[in-house]
Write a protein that binds this ligand. Structure first.
Ligand code: NAD
Length: 261
């Protein structure tokens, strides 16, 4: 068992489900102390239960917070530093899909809601965590973008705009902070089978969503959904010291779909 995260503190948003939960499990297995943030307190408790199953000695701080609220973001960063004294890795991951619709019907409120969580939330997280990391002189940030942050998807104006924004923030801030020993990268997952994707398929067909899912993955070169733990392996590597020279860039994890004509 690798122990790349012995003595390290990893902060994760959206840690109650899907990619955040899988990444929490992976870094905990490798020795990390965890500060886990989510809107949903019950799901955080479930992640903690799973973490303690794979890493019984892990120290785990749970913080219920809305990443779209800057004060709440400042608080989760402060609480993490008060408890653990530093932040080595930050998986800036919480996000929502929003209701699928044509651009003209997307709705201003829906657009603002999706951008508020996916883009503002990521910016607030970077703003407060980067201050801590610059003072420390080290740190690694992984922002969750999406294939929808590097390609058009359709029916997802808010999602696509916010995720393209996350890629832009990553490139901009990576260039600013490399000189302080801090690396910042984004991941661009394709369709990974999490509760979010299940919800997305159910928007397309509430009854036959599993069949829709089978059709959905046919254009993928690997003809399947990704698994949350596959993203967990990538995030753990990107947050580790081994990936320090990977900076200001976006890494797809999508079975090759975003490079297919
Ligand atoms: P998920 O719905 O399983 O998990 C997201 C978690 O974020 C949930 O626990 C939810 O409670 C939390 N969350 C939502 N809004 C929040 C808020 N305002 N404040 C705090 N927590 C909040 O989804 P997932 O698939 O694990 O997605 C995680 C991230 O990965 C998202 O940013 C998503 O856009 C991105 N992503 C997912 C996929 C995929 O196929 N699953 C693909 C590309 C990108």
């Amino acid at each position: 068992m690798s122990n790349r995260f012995d003595g390290k503190v990893v902060l994760i948003t959206g840690a109650g489900s899907g990619l955040g939960q899988a990444s929490a499990l992976q870094v905990a297995k490798e020795g990390a102390k965890l500060s886990l943030v989510d809107l949903n307190a019950a799901s955080l408790e479930e992640t903690k239960r799973q973490v303690l199953e794979v890493a019984p000695n892990a120290e785990v701080l749970l913080i219920t917070a809305n990443v779209a609220d800057e004060q709440a973001v400042q608080n989760y960063v402060n609480e993490t530093v008060e408890k653990f004294g530093k932040i080595d890795g930050f998986f800036n991951n919480a996000g929502i899909e929003g209701k699928q619709n044509l651009t003209e019907d997307f709705g201003i409120e829906e657009f603002q809601k999706v951008v508020g969580v996916n883009l503002n939330g990521v910016f607030y997280g970077m703003k407060h965590v980067l201050k801590v990391m610059r003072e420390q002189g080290f740190g690694s940030i992984v922002n969750t973008a999406s294939v929808g942050g590097i390609r058009g998807v359709g029916n997802q104006s808010g999602y696509a705009a916010s995720k393209h924004g996350v890629v832009g923030l990553t490139r901009n801030s990576g260039i600013e902070y490399g000189q302080y020993g801090i690396s910042i990268k984004a991941i661009a997952p394709g369709a990974i089978m999490t509760p979010m994707v299940e919800g997305s398929l159910k928007q397309m067909d509430p009854v036959n969503w599993e069949e829709v899912g089978k059709q959905f993955v046919q254009p993928n070169p690997m003809k399947r959904f990704g698994k949350p733990e596959e993203v967990g392996y990538l995030v753990a590597f990107l947050l580790s010291d081994q990936a320090n020279f990977i900076n200001a860039t976006v890494i797809p994890i999508d079975g090759g779909q975003s490079y297919k004509y």
